[in-house]
Design a protein around this ligand. Structure first.
Ligand SMILES: Nc1nc2c(ncn2[C@@H]2O[C@H](COP(=O)(O)OP(=O)(O)OP(=O)(O)O)[C@@H](O)[C@H]2O)c(=O)[nH]1
Length: 295
């Protein structure tokens, strides 16, 4: 293991419209944020990996936290908390152009007990003058215990690099989590794999919600502009393989069509998608396979 190497997971939380997606995109350099998977099956949806020679910062998505009114709401909140408990750094996003409100206090209270390092991120600083920003920073200080408070503008790019430095500073010493050939400068691979996984889960979510993983093996862009995507869908047992493929491969064809359309939206051009279903026995229990599959 390289000395002084740090790696770990981080996520952004905050009330709706706080600027989480825009900030994530600014950090991973990817304009398109796919709508997140249905919350029930969202575990870590990797949004992007920041590679540095001395560190790797993995940004994951979490579904939003709600005031629980139903059992489903409670379950969702449990899921959010379990995701939060697995990340090393949580960035609480608070828009500079709005007063701190009840929603912010609620979320801030919820994350206060976690083991993750909390960083307050004052977003959209380009929308306010210095006096307002100063006032907001003071208010944030009163809101909770934060390891750092970083003002940032995802739109102008101001302080985005600093925020990444700060977050990396709070990651544990760890070997690299993802191979750089898989993800470096290519968060698209991950997004494509997520889109394929979403399509493959459609209709069989109840049967195999956590048994499907997708690995994009290769992406080739031809001179004609056609993007060729070669991907494998992994299941844990051959019975699951039969479900995913369907009668006379009818289901797999549907999955392919839906995934291809979604990837076409992602890359903004024509896509050829080559899909194979493979059995990786008990991949969920095998750390090596898990890493290979992006978990
Ligand atoms: N001026 C400015 N606008 C921003 C900035 N960041 C986000 N916005 C805008 O704020 C709005 C909300 O941003 P999102 O990134 O969608 O917020 P979010 O927290 O992901 O929202 P939800 O998905 O609803 O939770 C969008 O209209 C963005 O364009 C910023 O740094 N500056």
């Amino acid at each position: 293991m390289q000395q002084n190497y740090r790696a770990g997971f981080a996520c952004f939380v905050g009330r709706p419209n706080a600027g989480k997606s825009t900030l994530t995109n600014a950090i991973v350099g990817q304009k398109i944020a796919i709508t997140s998977a249905k919350p029930q099956t969202t575990r870590h949806t990797v949004r992007g990996v920041v590679h540095r020679t001395d560190a790797q910062l993995v940004l994951v998505d979490t579904p939003g936290l709600h005031r629980p009114r139903t059992l489903l709401g409670e379950r969702l909140n449990d899921l959010v908390r379990s995701t939060w408990s697995e990340v090393d750094v949580i960035g609480l996003c608070l828009p500079a152009d709005e007063e701190i409100g009840r929603g912010d206090r609620f979320i801030s209270g919820e994350i206060a007990e976690l083991k993750a390092t909390l960083v307050a991120v004052v977003t959209k600083t380009d929308l306010v003058d210095r006096a307002t920003l100063a006032k907001r920073l003071l208010a944030v200080q009163e809101l909770g215990e934060f390891a750092d408070i970083v003002p940032v503008s995802a739109v102008s790019g101001e302080q985005v690099g600093t925020l990444v430095d700060v977050m990396i500073g709070h990651l544990p010493a760890s070997p690299q989590l993802y191979p750089d050939d898989m993800l470096t400068d290519e968060p698209e691979h991950v997004l494509m794999a997520e889109l394929i996984r979403e399509a493959a889960l459609e209709g069989v979510r109840d049967e195999l919600p956590h048994s499907i993983a997708v690995l994009v093996e290769e992406v080739l862009v031809e001179d004609s502009g056609l993007t060729k995507v070669y991907a494998d869908i992994y299941v844990e047992r051959s019975s699951q393989k039969a479900i995913v493929i369907g009668h006379q491969a009818s289901r797999l064809k549907d999955v392919g069509t839906r995934a291809r359309r979604a990837i076409e939206d992602l890359v903004g051009g024509r896509v050829y998608l080559d899909l194979h279903v493979r059995v990786a026995k008990d991949w969920q229990r095998d750390p090596k396979q898990l890493r290979r599959l992006g978990f």
